[in-house]
Design a protein around this ligand. Sequence first.
Ligand code: SF4
Length: 468
Amino acid sequence: MNRINPVVTPEEIARQQEFIREIATMPHRPKTYHIVTYGCQMNAHDSEKLAGMLDEMGMTPAPKREEADFVIFNTCCVRDNAERRALGNITWLKEVRKTRPELIIAVCGCMIQEPGMAERILKQYRFIDLAFGTSNLHRFPELLCMTLEKNEPVVEVDKEDVIPEGLPVSRLRPESAYLTVMYGCDNFCSYCIVPFVRGRERSREPGAILREAEQLLSSGVREIMLLGQNVNSYGKGLENPVSFAWLLGQLDRMSVPRIRFMTSHPKDLSDELIETMAGSAHILPQFHLPVQSGSNRILEKMNRRYTRERYIERVQSLRSAVPGIGLSTDIIVGFPGETEEDFGDTMDLVREIRYDSAFTFIYSPRVGTRAAYMPDQVPEDVSNRRIRELIALQEDLQRTTLGRFLGMEEEVLVEGISRRSGAEVSGKGKHGVSITLPGGPEDIGKIVPCRVKGLKNNTLTAERKEEK
Ligand code: SF4
């Protein structure tokens, strides 16, 4: 174990396994569970680990939260509305418990790691039986055991940033698997709460990642999505530091059919990574590269540590090395001090880059971050107008950018039956764009070759080609 990347010891994981076995034999344990997940893919994967542990405790998933004996809310605090929604839903469940007193309610995830939240839970939300932070995920079996034995709330928020290895996982989609390569973030963008709640950056040892990838491959997984708050800076603090590009190269050689990753910080997007993508057989030609703003003045206030010019240069390098690459981004409007001119710079950048998709947000102040205390907070009506303009522009441009796929051959990893028609399936193509094509339940989890023939509401439609 080294200082920067402390791994939870195998002895501790074995101790938690004992608690799993103990709960499995308790006659009064909950029999069914339901997990409500908010936020990003990191949270979604944490929920898969919670499900893995609950399954081993002998519980089965309940499709509806009001029918489950044990409900766990895995929360997000990146934006104020995600937090308010979670607290509203948790409070609603308090009403359900009036008719079902045996119901156990737990809350975990980033919101619990916020300064003062654990104390608030104990005072204001006393009906919550169990609350624990992201750093305590590996201790969930022991904490649940305590909850089932005690008659008072159990709350644990550890500030030590650790890497949990060896937790059981119940994957939501057997064909496409999340694989965490690093945890936490050191960037401290001035609007972002993640470094405060997910802790400092720590990378998993490459050996552990590659072993997990091998297991996934032998279990039939078709796609691996590498996860981290800033995957491009993977490798810091390892005993033998390696780069993210190196790691991708190793996975490419293992012939994982499809490799994707997120999220990337533009300042850490190296030439080595671009070259690795260009020379790879399995890394998908898609890139999520959050720009956040097109104004250098705002980028500086955001502490993003790149300029608009550098960002555009990185996109050009990506596009010349991987022609036709799918490109998506995140954009915030209404950051403190954002003028009409700054917003105009963002609109210009969107016109210049022409993204395949963009996730757009109104700035949401988070207590404890630098931006929350900046002067010139932008009025709500101004932010609302700007986001409407930005969305309209992106939708307009998207019709043209997605038009480049018409007539092209693609390969879709089918995720499910299309919402539009029971005779169609949908999934993501290699470039990260959603595609609908004729098919049925037997196609779910398969990679289906197709030819793109149309564009409907920013979704591509395709006809099937012969299957691989
Ligand atoms: S890179 Fe910035 S926005 Fe992304 S998680 Fe880190 S601090 Fe937050």
